[in-house]
Design a protein around this ligand. Structure first.
Ligand code: CO
Length: 443
């Protein structure tokens, strides 16, 4: 396993495009070894300049990116291009755009082009794109251009994560500039008015200037406005100079660390979000459960809040018998800092319980309300300690039947009411390696 990752990393380090493509696919597919791979990829960074390019559809971003790439190629640089199009219904992305590109840049070994469109059921397009950029960087592409279509939240984040962010506008946008202001105006380090041979370029420039003059950036940078006609390669040199200027400034400036820290924070949160979602939703039974809950919410038999409670409530608990609940809380809550999710008295079990989430499960502190309850007898016989481990099941009667058929000794042949109003049933410790087992079915 490690050797597959190692050889892939070695080939990426040699700039092998096939290895880069394979690594990006692993990231998109969420392969088992993707996380191990990315740890090595990030360790192998070469400090390539990441240029994010965004703007409204039809602004001519693709032509601009192609001309920019050609210019960098003329200077002998290796260029990686990632086109992000979450709106594309095709897995693998903007097929037509790619085909046009292949004619001009695709045969050049110094250019790597990849479209990213697939948004998995857990999201993660922005994360996958940023990872793909890191792979290109590890493969020694010195200029990495990320082109995004439109102004969705993912795309804004992707462009924010670039070293230099370029926002592309076209003449005659009028009120549209106002409309996109909130979304992308503040992320632009450089503004391009493309198709500047068209009518209305002057008005657009003036409007843009006045909008930019309203905002003062913390880093003191005044975003330049570059006019281009991408199809004619006009203004592309000016754009590369502006990119270089801001790039250099970023490398030297104090502000860089603040911006980098904000990007790093976003990336950690993004990865965390995805991991936590995956830990709840990434199994076949979870997919079935999600379907069932969606059906119940859609038909108003359930509200979405309790559906989420149920999904994340799959972790059940470890029951610990205490002489007094307060003794347990003094340790688990006060000394160890765990939060108490809820406390309640479970009449049928003759216990008071406190639930404290810990990792993917919960500690259930137990106090007997009468000495002749199960927990009371346990305490008298053995003193405080781990009393039982509870496991969630979908169908408690089916689980009991299954256990019985395997020869397990059941304490409860039929379910009873436990904490949180769940159906519960206990299995004798002699059948379960000396640990009392509680089955829990949520209702
Ligand atoms: Co329990």
């Amino acid at each position: 396993m490690a050797s597959v990752t190692d050889s892939l990393i070695r080939r990426i380090d040699q700039g092998d495009p096939a290895a880069v493509a394979r690594a990006i696919s692993k990231i998109e597919d969420g392969a088992d070894d993707a996380s191990a791979l990315m740890k090595q990829v990030y360790a192998a960074s070469h400090g390539g300049l990441v240029i994010g390019i965004t703007g409204a559809p039809g602004a001519g971003k693709s032509s601009l990116v192609d001309k920019l790439a050609q210019r960098y190629r003329d200077c002998g640089e290796r260029v990686g291009i990632i086109a992000v199009d979450p709106s594309s219904p095709f897995s693998g992305g903007a097929i037509l755009g790619d085909r046009i590109r292949m004619q001009t840049l695709g045969l050049d070994e110094g250019v790597f082009i990849r479209s990213m469109a697939t948004r998995g059921n857990l999201g993660g397009l922005a994360r996958a794109t940023v990872d793909a950029v890191a792979i290109l960087d590890a493969a020694r592409y010195s200029k990495i251009i990320v082109e995004t279509v439109g102004v969705g939240q993912d795309e804004v984040e992707i462009v924010k994560a670039a070293d230099v962010s370029v926002v592309v506008l076209v003449p005659g946008m009028g009120d549209d500039i106002q409309a996109i202001k909130a979304g992308i105006m503040e992320i632009g380090d450089i503004f391009v008015i493309n198709k500047s041979d068209r009518e209305g370029v002057y008005a657009t420039e003036k409007e843009l200037e006045s909008l930019l003059s309203l905002a003062t950036r913390a880093d003191g940078w005044n975003p330049p406005i570059v006019k281009t006609v991408a199809t004619e390669a006009l203004g592309v040199q000016e754009l590369t100079l502006a990119i270089e200027q801001f790039g250099d400034r970023q490398r030297n400036a104090q502000m860089t660390s603040d911006r980098k820290r904000a990007i790093a924070r976003w990336r950690i949160v993004e990865l965390l979000r995805e991991r936590l979602l995956a830990s709840v939703l990434n199994s076949e039974s979870a997919a079935d459960e999600l379907d069932r809950l969606a059906d119940e919410v859609a038909t108003r038999r359930r509200d979405p809040y309790s559906a989420v409670d149920e999904l994340i409530g799959r972790r059940e608990h470890i029951g610990i018998a205490t002489e007094r609940l307060d003794d347990g809380l003094a340790i688990w809550r006060d000394a160890l800092g765990l939060a108490v999710e809820e406390t309640e008295e479970v009449a049928e079990q003759r216990v008071r319980v406190a639930m404290l989430p810990i990792g993917d499960t919960r500690i259930e502190l137990l106090e007997a309300t009468t000495p002749d309850s199960a927990v009371g007898k346990f305490l008298a016989r053995r003193g405080p300690g781990i009393h039982h481990i509870a496991v969630k099941v979908e169908d408690i009667n089916a689980a009991l039947a299954e256990l019985k058929s395997k020869g397990a000794r059941l304490i409860d042949e039929t379910p009873r009411i436990g904490a949180g109003g769940c159906l519960v049933a206990f299995v004798h410790p002699t059948s379960t390696h000396g640990v009392l087992l509680e089955l829990v079915q949520h209702r």
